[in-house]
Structures are given as structure tokens and as C-alpha cells.
Design a protein around this ligand. Sequence first.
Ligand code: AMP
Length: 285
Amino acid sequence: MEVIRTPAAMAAWSGTARVGGRSLALVPTMGCLHAGHLSLMAMARQRAHLVAASIFVNPAQFGPDEDLASYPRIFEADCRAAEEAGVDVIFAPAAAAIYPPGFQTMVRVNKLSQGLCGASRPGHFDGVATVVTKLFNIVQPQLAIFGEKDFQQLAVVRAMVRDLNFAVEIIGHPIVREVDGLAMSSRNRYLSPDERQAALCLWRALELARRQAAEGEKDCGRIVAHLSAAIAVEPKAQVEYLKIVNDSDLRELEQLTDSAVLMMAVRVGRTRLIDNGYLCPKIEN
Ligand code: AMP
């Protein structure tokens, strides 16, 4: 497995590696890899001849009061894990290589970036859309894999690819969870043992919502009220938002439909956790 640090070297690698029409899949990450990331890489391995993973803690998607400086960085361990998952090349540029002096262009996906996480993290999805654009242009993948864990991010990236005619197929990967249901996240390592227990309130809320949906409850307001009350019982947890939205445009729903997704952001202690899930079982064809 190669480790590449500069955009020019990465673009050159892609150009050479893809000779003969070999396909390249990209898995963008911020590192501190866990089984969720590795599952995306395994999926990439199955779908393409070559797999690139980027490890880049993107300053443009962090707000001034967020955890950019303290975001966990374990590069050597990440490289070992990525290699085992079958990654061919890691692209790990320095921030100055992605945002050199004079950098001034941003990509914005207007509507989808506004609500939910966008409401409390202004500019976050502009940072995401911009870095994903740059990664696509540098790495030149035919497909890219993103986790449904970041459901709004996936919607933003899909819209951007459609609106700007990127020749990249976007594939969503289901959320990978710990055995007790907590969605895997690099930020879980911020949690104290007590907070780790408290963090299960997100998964319990999702299960409760699914139970209510299965029992025939259709009123989203009532479901949300139940979930808010259930999470309020946990003193370490503070709901930032809890909404039931349509999976395509992320607009809030009044009545449950097959495309209803519960979206949650909850602070547990000082750690902000997100989770989501469809509320009605999807009919597989
Ligand atoms: P991050 O390093 O947090 O930026 O995540 C990199 C990619 O991995 C994103 O597409 C995330 O949605 C995805 N991801 C992170 N955690 C999970 C998880 N628990 N299950 C599935 N995908 C995940």
C-alpha cells in the first residue's frame, strides 16, 4: 500500500494505475479508522479494481469552537488497518496542500446544507462539499463510498454530484454499529464509561420509533414527542435536534411514509453524537 502526501503525486498515481480501464473507488475519511470505515473500504474492494482512501481532517468543515485541534489522529494504526482492508493507496495531504495561500473557492449545496446539522454547524457542509470536490478532482475515482451514518452529508454529496455533473458514482453504506447498537464513530472515544452508557439513548430512541411505526403510529409529531421524553430521562444527554424527514430532500414530515428517516443529534457530556435510521422496513426487490 502506498502513502501519498501531495495532490500532484496522487493525480499521477491515479493516471498510471488506471491505465487499461481499471476502475478506482475512493473512500474519504478523517482517519481514526474503526470498523465502520473499514467496512466501506471492504465494499470499495468488491466494487472496483483499485481502492484509494483519503485521510484528511478537513479544517474547512470545523467551526471555530469545534474539535479540529483535538480530533483523534492515529495515522500509523490507520495505515495498518487500511492495508488489511485491501486499500491500495492512502492519500493523506497536509492542510496547506489542500488549502494553499490564496485559496478562495467554496462549493455550496444550498438547501440541503441548511437544516439539521447545518443549523448548528454553519458552513460545515460547504467545507464538506468543497473538500469532496477537491478529492474527486485529485483522485479521479469512478465511484466513491460514503456512510449513511452521515445521512445529510450523503444527501449533500449526491446533490452536488448531480448538480455539477461529476462523473462519479456515489454509493451509500449502511451504518455499522457496536454490538449494543451505538453507531461507530471516531468521536466515541471522547466518551467516559458513564457517557458511553448514556450514548445508547440514541439507539434506544431509534428502536422506540421503529416500534411505534410498526404498531401503526403515523403522526410524526407524536413519535418525536415520545422520543424526546425518552431521551430527557438520561441526564447526561441533551437533544440538539430530533426530526423525522423525507430521505430525498430532508424535509420534515408530518405523517410517516416509507421514506421517513429519523435524524438525531444529541450531546452526551461534551461529545456531539449523530445517528439516524429509516422507520419503516424497506421492501427489498
Ligand atoms: P469520517 O472519518 O467520520 O469523516 O467518516 C468517513 C466516512 O465513514 C463517512 O462517509 C462516514 O459516513 C463513514 N462512517 C463513519 N462512521 C460510520 C459507521 N458507523 N457506519 C458506516 N459508515 C460510517
